[in-house]
Design a protein around this ligand. Sequence first.
Ligand SMILES: [Zn+2]
Length: 400
Amino acid sequence: MSDAQPIAPLTPGQRDALRATLTLARSLPIYRASLAMAHVGASPEDMLAELPVFDPGKIGRLALEVLEQRARDLGGIEMTSGTTGGQPKRRILSDEDVTLDAALVAELFHVAGVRAADRVVAVELAATTLSAAFLEGAERLGVRFAVALAAVTAADAEALVRLQPDVVAGPPSVLTRLTPALCARPPRLVIYNGDRLPPATLDTLHGAGIGVRSLYGLTETSALGVECCEGTGIHLCPRYALHETRLVDGADELLVTTLGYAMPLLRYPTGDLVRVEPGRCPCGLDWPRVTLTGRRGDQFSLFDVKLTPDDIAGVLPPCDDPFLQVVLSTNPDGSERLTLRLPRARAAQRVAIRQALRHHPLLDYLITTRAVRVRPVFITPPAGRKPPRLIDRRGERRSM
Ligand SMILES: [Zn+2]
């Protein structure tokens, strides 16, 4: 039915987990019709192969369906990147999902090189489910010193130095702001969630002799993998998700199917373009590996938030002229510049535009902390050929 290819053959454990996930998915109206078409007695991988690729525009509906079922064991609700129309959607977690996430983080931290004797500090702007998962994951590895630090003020940065961490984990925007403190007393390892750390931050951390690893994932899913310590790509954890690729405009896009989570994503398109790395990794781990080669179409990442120009357009105040061009660049201090080229008709909306972006649940803290600086520019849209909606001048470079 589709041209997607599994990245690696299914193990018996994955097959069982997929069967359980498909059974759960059958109870959700959004999947019922397509799963009803699957052949009775077909293997779980054949049933999966017959399903269409998930339409990210329907993730909000999926969240509502799961929420209706999960009134009694709701473990949490997280905001995810908007995929259509700008407004963030929700990821519904059961109690069991929260435990799964901690087990997953423990595995990924281990692959990243976190050891029981390490002093681990999870930095965040406030105590979040992410920092809680980091701490619980570290504790599962036998780490006895694991603390969360809300890193908001200059005094918080000093506290980070005093804690003398071996490992610091957190979102890339917070780590970028803490770079001077990290260099003042370099930890062995910095782990950031998401796949993008500004190149200037990465250079500075490497210059201080700090190992940097990315925890790869989407806001719609848990973490999916972790950068290999050998610099050979991202190891995808096979226990909590299946990975496929599909050919889109000559490149391979990664598709994920989550295993065991209350809100099952079946063949969800990540928007990330990947190259599957052949053979066994020199580090000895047999998880499949991919290298990220870009984002699909006009999708882009601001630190750990993934967006499209449509997402931005969706939150702007109404205007008859739909022209919008997004220009991304990096400031010397590692912050990112989000320039919005808009029609002159919107010039009077300047304040309202800034407010609208600041009220976006995923952008607010990036803007408030000046990790992202927004600059609306009002122009006469060029006549003739349609200009590109996205121009990325950030010198995209993957960490290692
Ligand atoms: Zn490896």
